[in-house]
Design a protein around this ligand. Sequence first.
Ligand SMILES: [Zn+2]
Ligand SMILES: [Zn+2]
Length: 80
Amino acid sequence: MFCPVCNGIQSLHIRCSSCAGAIVDCGRLSDLTGPYAPYAQIEDEPLLSGDVYLQNNSACKHLLYCSTCNEATEVSVTEW
Ligand SMILES: [Zn+2]
Ligand SMILES: [Zn+2]
């Protein structure tokens, strides 16, 4: 399983639901939640249990950012 977006095979063509502008792919969420990321402490929370790992097996979560609305959204990319 690999993410076609991370591997440059596919690109995300998603438009912002608020302004319909193109939104930028900030990369995969798991990369952003590394040891030095602000979300690192999420690992200690019981909410992140088996469910999340199951999802991660088939989907790569990307963080998308709309610079117009100044808003970030999360998108699951189905892995191949
Ligand atoms: Zn990806
Ligand atoms: Zn927007």
